[in-house]
Design a protein around this ligand. Structure first.
Ligand code: SAM
Length: 184
């Protein structure tokens, strides 16, 4: 008889219960907070060929670096959507400090409850499964010609019009560029 089996079962039940009750994990948490290195932000925005006044969204905007760079360097109307109140507060403070309030906005909210259908460019740094979850919203909501640029993770079933690998922090980061409606 294996005396360890009941112990392992009890331990795994306890762990699942603890995870299910973890208060700081939002049910729509699409990815943990990890910033894109600045070189990757620069390259994603270069690939987007943003014209002044175009609308750029970062879905899950973290510390606001994509929004800030899009507003500062490309004069975009840049919007970040972010779940974490701590990151919203710090990115809003940075936008204010840089005097970018007219061009850069951070919305405290869930990507799933926010309208981004007027986007010219959507930036994503989420996870493979999260891209899959978001895919129907992007397909339904975005206008023809809008670009979706994803750091590290593909959007399964879409053919990128461009893809490249950029080295930063000792690894290659993939960048995928898709144009709406996506080629399949
Ligand atoms: C991997 S980080 C990327 C941050 C930033 N876009 C960048 O590239 O530096 C993902 C961010 O998405 C946020 N996030 C996760 N799920 C979200 C949701 N449903 N709505 C809004 N933000 C979300 C996380 O809090 C985190 O800050």
């Amino acid at each position: 008889m294996n005396f360890m089996a009941p112990k392992i079962l009890i331990l795994s039940l306890a762990l699942s219960a603890a995870f299910a009750q973890k208060p700081d994990i939002h049910p729509h948490q699409l990815a943990p907070y990890v910033s894109s290195p600045h070189q990757i932000v620069e390259r994603m925005l270069e690939l987007a060929r943003i014209k002044p006044g175009e609308k750029v969204y970062d879905l899950g905007s973290g510390d606001g670096r994509v929004v800030i760079a899009a507003a500062q360097k490309y004069e975009a109307k840049a919007v970040g959507i972010e779940l974490s109140s701590r990151l919203v507060k710090s990115s809003q403070e940075e936008i204010k400090r840089l005097g970018l309030g007219e061009k850069a906005t951070i919305v405290h909210g869930d990507v799933f409850d926010t309208d981004f259908s007027d986007a010219d460019v959507v930036i994503l740094y989420l996870l493979r499964d999260s891209n899959n979850t978001l895919k129907p919203r992007l397909e339904k909501g975005l206008k023809p010609g809008a670009l979706v640029i994803s750091h590290d993770y593909e959007i399964a079933g879409w053919k990128p019009q461009q893809e490249e690998t950029v080295d930063a922090f000792r690894r290659g980061h993939k960048i995928y560029v898709y144009r709406m409606p996506p080629q399949k």
